[in-house]
Structures are given as structure tokens and as C-alpha cells.
Ligand binder design. Structure first.
Ligand SMILES: [Zn+2]
Length: 435
């Protein structure tokens, strides 16, 4: 039962000194002041000199295979990007390529201090083997994974994405049962979107979440076209339509939610529906600006995601904290509308809430997932306010160590699990013939 201390630690919502993190197995047993430790406990202390110990960062939305597509179709409009990058290459990926893409995405995330990723995965081939390959990659590299197993039936999408309703439900149920007892793997249903899943599929996803007692994730109103399409088809905007279906509840986490009106924001807050926000991706694809200021005021639980590697194209939640804040400040011409403290909650604790897991906080009973930053890194100077520096100034060079489920997976900025050179070799092998 190791006890960790550091020069600074983020405890009880603030940066504090003189605290210790007592880990038992894969959980935090206690967070307590150093001066209350017994002599026997003090003998077990591992101290991070010049370290800033924070809860591990939570990436609440990603598509890992898309990391392989970086640079292949950048600076194009959404539909060109979708057809010429996403659809084109997802048709040719082998299971081994999918594994490589996941190793690549997750390895990069660990190097940015992320300890949990939600992978929204839809190249299912009417089975679960590909999703298992993604899970295996997560376990190999040592990151906690939430597999958002997609339910997808829109006929315009590649065959590999599509399933019948019974197939999608049975496979999701099977995958959930298979990993139910696994401490590092969590499975939840994910009807793709209002354009990728039929109404029947969305209703089934909501019912499955109830049956399996999980959250369920869905892309909502990412592009303006989706809002217009739903209004034309159903006479209501997306969130109001979901409310009319009876699926707007506290299990649902909407991804993006860029194009919402006031009434829809109020509805989300009333129903306890969460938001997984991906500012870099929304900017990269020119989607628009989600109404974060209004959603914060309404009390919507907002977490952050990097989204896929070919619509960002970085893999850092600290980057998303910074982007969220800057984008609101520029939108309102007001630098007071967001704070680093709110951004940090979005990248940690709120991620845990939107994934339904005890992660994102240093507290008893939470997972022993934590990241240590180097207070002596140039990007963390001066030592005026470690949290503001983390959100606005830090670079990945400041990430010194990462622990997931009590196990050290990164030290001195290097992965301890899968050698980085091996990941690079695999990525080059997969993508060398593309273009
Ligand atoms: Zn997405």
C-alpha cells in the first residue's frame, strides 16, 4: 500500500501542500494530511520532488482508429472529410490496423496525462472482435477504457458500420457481459447520432442503458445540417425531438451539441443530460461554437473530449481545457466568462460523471488514476498558480508520471508499457501504402 506525496496536490477542489495519497490496490484508500501519517506510514511514502499531483485526465470522447488518418484529408469541408478520409480508409482497415490505431491514440493520450478514454467505436463488422482489439490495445498500453459500443443502422454509411437492431443490441449486451467484472474495461451503448441511428435504434440504446445500468452516448447536433434535417423530418430540433421520444435523461451524454436553442439547453439541464464537448474538433471541422457559457449557467454537466485524431489533431485534454476557455472568451469579447478551475473540473471529475465511473478526483473510493506534472518544467513557471499554469501554459513536456489503477504506466515522459518506437513502427507499416 504505497503512499504518494508531492510538493503540490489537487485536493478538495484546490491546489494544496502537505497532503498524501494512500493507494490500496487499484483504488485510493484515503487522502490525508502528511502530518497525520504514522511513523510506519511515513516509511512507505514515495515523494515526487517538484511534483504537482492531480487526478488523471478524462477523455470523454474519441474514435481511436482515426488517429491513423491524420493529415490525409485536413482542411476539407465536413462531407469531403467524411467521404475521403473517414469512409475511404475505414473500409480498408484490418483488425490489426484497428489495434495499431488504438495503441497510437492511447499512447499519445497517456503522454498527455490522460488516464481514461471513452472510445466511441463503430467499425464493428456485425460482431465484437474489432471492439475487443481496441480494448486489448488499451490494456496493453495501460489506459482505462470505456468502450462506447456503437449502434448504427443508417444505410448511407459503409457496411462495416451497420447492423440490424437485434444484432446491435445482442452484441452490445454480450460485450458488456464479457467485461462486466473487468476493473479497467467498461462498456456502454452508443446509438451513433440522429443521422446514423434510426429512431428505433435510439430507443433501443436508451433501453439498453437502463438494462445494463450505464450511461449512453450519442452525437447530437454537431453540424447545422443535422438540426435542419431533424426539424424538417420531425418538426422539432434535435434535443426537443429526443425529449419527445422519452430518452432525454441523466443516462444520456450528448456529444458536441453545437446547434441548440435556449429551450433545449434548459431541457438538458432539467433532465440531467450531460455534454461531452470537443472544441478542437468542432473548430477543425468548422462546426460552430457550443454554447458553453449558457450550459454552465444552466447546470449541464460538461466533460471534454479530443474526438478522433483526424479532426483535432492532438490528443490532449489539457489542450481542450485551454480551447474551451479561449473560445468562450473570444465569442463574448469577455475574458471573465470562463475560469481555469471550471475547465479543470470538465477535464477530470465531470468526465467521471459522464462516464458513470468513480474517476477524476483524488478522494477515498476513487480509482487510483493520477498524473504528476513537473513544477520545474519551463512551461510551469513561475510558481504563482499551478492550476492556472496547467490549463493555460503547460506543455506535454511537463507530464512526468502517470498512474492508472495504481500502476505506473509512464515515467520521465516515457511509456513503460509498449515502447513508443514499436507504436511508430506499426503506424508507419499500416499507413505507408496509403495516399
Ligand atoms: Zn465523435
Amino acid at each position: 500500500m504505497p503512499i504518494y506525496t508531492a510538493d503540490s496536490m489537487y485536493v478538495q477542489g484546490q491546489v494544496q501542500t502537505g497532503w498524501a495519497l494512500w493507494v490500496e490496490g487499484d483504488q485510493i484508500a484515503q487522502v490525508l494530511p502528511v502530518d497525520t501519517l504514522t511513523a510506519e506510514q511515513k516509511a512507505q511514502v514515495i515523494h515526487f520532488e517538484n511534483g504537482f499531483l492531480i487526478p488523471g485526465l478524462v477523455n470523454s470522447h474519441n474514435h481511436s482508429f482515426q488517429s491513423l488518418l491524420k493529415g490525409f484529408c485536413d482542411d476539407q469541408d465536413f462531407f469531403t472529410w467524411r467521404d475521403q478520409a473517414l469512409y475511404k480508409y475505414s473500409k480498408i482497415l484490418s483488425r490489426d490496423d484497428i489495434y495499431t490505431g488504438a495503441l497510437f491514440a492511447f499512447g499519445e493520450m497517456l503522454k498527455c496525462g490522460i488516464t481514461t478514454v471513452c472510445d466511441f467505436f463503430y467499425i464493428n463488422d456485425q460482431a465484437n472482435e474489432n471492439a475487443r482489439a481496441v480494448i486489448e490495445a488499451a490494456l496493453a498500453v495501460g489506459i482505462r477504457i470505456v468502450m462506447a459500443r456503437t449502434l448504427y443502422d443508417w444505410e448511407g454509411a459503409p457496411t462495416r458500420f451497420r447492423e440490424t437492431l437485434p444484432q446491435a443490441c445482442d452484441h452490445t449486451r454480450q460485450l458488456h457481459a464479457e467485461f462486466k467484472a473487468h476493473p479497467m474495461v467498461h462498456v456502454l451503448p452508443a446509438p451513433h447520432s440522429l443521422h446514423g441511428a434510426s429512431t428505433a435504434m435510439i430507443l433501443a440504446g436508451a433501453e439498453l442503458a437502463e438494462e445494463l445500468d450505464t450511461q449512453f452516448h450519442m452525437h447530437i447536433a454537431e453540424g447545422q445540417y443535422e438540426r435542419q434535417m431533424i426539424e424538417q423530418q420531425h418538426g422539432k430540433p434535435p434535443v426537443a425531438f429526443l425529449e419527445s421520444l422519452g430518452v432525454l435523461n441523466d443516462r444520456l451524454v450528448g456529444i458536441h451539441c453545437v446547434w441548440l436553442d435556449d429551450a433545449e439547453i434548459e431541457l438538458m439541464a432539467q433532465r440531467g443530460t450531460g455534454l461531452s464537448y470537443n472544441p478542437s474538433s468542432n473548430m477543425f471541422l468548422g462546426d460552430g461554437i457550443t454554447r458553453i457559457r449558457e450550459m454552465l449557467a444552466a447546470g449541464v454537466c460538461i466533460s471534454l473530449g479530443t474526438d478522433g485524431g483526424c479532426s483535432n489533431n492532438r490528443a490532449s485534454i489539457i489542450e481542450e481545457m485551454r480551447m474551451t476557455s479561449l473560445l468562450q472568451k473570444v465569442k463574448f469579447h469577455d475574458s471573465t466568462v470562463t475560469t481555469a478551475e471550471d475547465m479543470f473540473a470538465m477535464g477530470t471529475l465531470n468526465g467521471g460523471k459522464n462516464l458513470g465511473l468513480p474517476i477524476g478526483e483524488l478522494a477515498a473510493g476513487y480509482a487510483a488514476d493520477f498524473t504528476v506534472l513537473d513544477l520545474n518544467d519551463l512551461s510551469m513557471q513561475p510558481r504563482q498558480n499551478a492550476l492556472k499554469n496547467l490549463v493555460y501554459a503547460s506543455q506535454p513536456s511537463a507530464i512526468r508520471a502517470v498512474f492508472v489503477a495504481g500502476k505506473k504506466v509512464l515515467e520521465a515522459g516515457q511509456l513503460l508499457t509498449v515502447p513508443e518506437a514499436e507504436i511508430v513502427r506499426r503506424v508507419q507499416l499500416t499507413t505507408a501504402s496509403w495516399g
